[in-house]
Design a protein around this ligand. Structure first.
Ligand code: AMP
Length: 317
């Protein structure tokens, strides 16, 4: 697969890199990391990064990822190779709604379980901690030059999607790839400064969530009221990363967090588990993801309570 992937890169002058909506460190990391690697290792390539500048504006990751992001139009698509990173469902791809009218060659690179089968070439490693880990391994195997910039992008993906190298998805290969990136001048201390120095309002919102979440059996839950976005000046994409806060107590085995996505007019849900898989439950609510970390979409309080009940039932089985 990697051989075919490299052939396609060679055969196309223009390459468009896509990733999922509501980008996290791995989505941006694999998108920009692969983009830099292609620029550095192949001559005369035009690389476009699908997205909107807005996505970087309120995002704490903008200290690391600077763009440029581009809303892809029909002209951009002409003769381009499309590479979709870190995205299991078509509807979550930022910049593509469907492949019905897409004539381009499509490559999918992902570490999620396959939710929808798309792409002409697929490089999927479900056991890997991150898509950035897959990209780093491709760079290693292909003996590519790894610049400091691409090493930093990929290490950010590795660090954030592996829970700072603490999740069960962390393997010998994860650490091996991290060591390659560090060898190529990515500094963990620099990234840690950029990832941990958060806005004071963000910290205050954490306090609010920690003092307000509810516990039912071993399930912690919190539905963030819409007005708190304004009160704490925290964007939807930042707020939606807060589920980890619910998981820090030993009594809690499952976490359910929801915040309102005003752009798409939907309540986004994050579900986490320390025990049984929850991805099948997420799939019932237009979602999916990993066994222990999934996301979904709901229409309001009623569905939130329904989902909560399913988790409480699961926790008591
Ligand atoms: P999140 O809670 O947004 O951090 O997402 C946790 C995991 O679930 C990630 O791997 C996401 O890619 C995946 N995920 C989140 N939302 C959805 C969704 N609506 N559909 C499918 N997968 C999702």
């Amino acid at each position: 697969m990697i051989k075919q992937f490299l052939e396609e890169i060679k055969n196309h002058k223009k390459i468009i890199l896509y990733r999922h909506q509501k980008p996290d460190g791995d989505a941006f990391g694999s998108q920009f990391g692969l983009g830099e690697l292609i620029k550095d290792n192949f001559k005369n390539k035009e690389i476009l990064f699908s997205g909107e500048e807005e996505e970087l504006k309120g995002n704490y990751l903008n200290k690391i990822f600077k763009g440029p992001l581009k809303k892809i139009d029909d002209n951009d698509l002409k003769d381009a190779l499309l590479i979709i990173l870190d995205t299991a469902n078509i509807e979550r791809i930022e910049g593509i709604d469907s492949f019905d009218n897409v004539k381009n060659k499509v490559i999918k690179i992902d570490h999620h379980a396959t939710a929808e089968d798309y792409g002409d070439i697929k490089i999927i490693h479900e056991k890997y901690s991150s898509t950035s880990e897959i990209i780093s391994e491709i760079a290693e195997k292909s003996k590519w030059n790894i610049s400091k910039k691409s090493a930093e992008y990929l290490l950010t993906g590795l660090i954030t999607d592996s829970g700072r190298f603490m999740f069960s998805s962390v393997s010998e290969n994860t650490l091996h790839q991290a060591s390659i990136l560090v060898k190529n001048n990515a500094k963990t201390s620099k990234l840690s400064g950029m990832l941990n120095d958060r806005d004071i309002n963000f910290v205050r919102l954490q306090g609010k969530i920690l003092s307000s979440f509810k516990v039912n059996k071993s399930v912690a839950s919190y539905m963030m009221p819409k007005h708190l976005h304004k009160k704490f000046g925290v964007s939807y994409s930042t707020a939606s990363s807060m589920v980890f806060l619910l998981m820090s107590s030993k009594e809690i085995k499952y976490g359910l967090f929801s915040s309102y996505d005003s752009k798409n007019k939907v309540w986004k849900v994050s579900i986490r588990s320390k025990e049984k898989p929850i991805n099948k439950i997420a799939e019932k609510y237009s979602g999916g993801g990993h066994k222990m970390a999934s996301g979904a979409k709901i229409n309001g309080k009623g569905e939130f309570n329904k989902l909560l009940k399913e988790l409480v039932n699961l926790s008591s089985k």
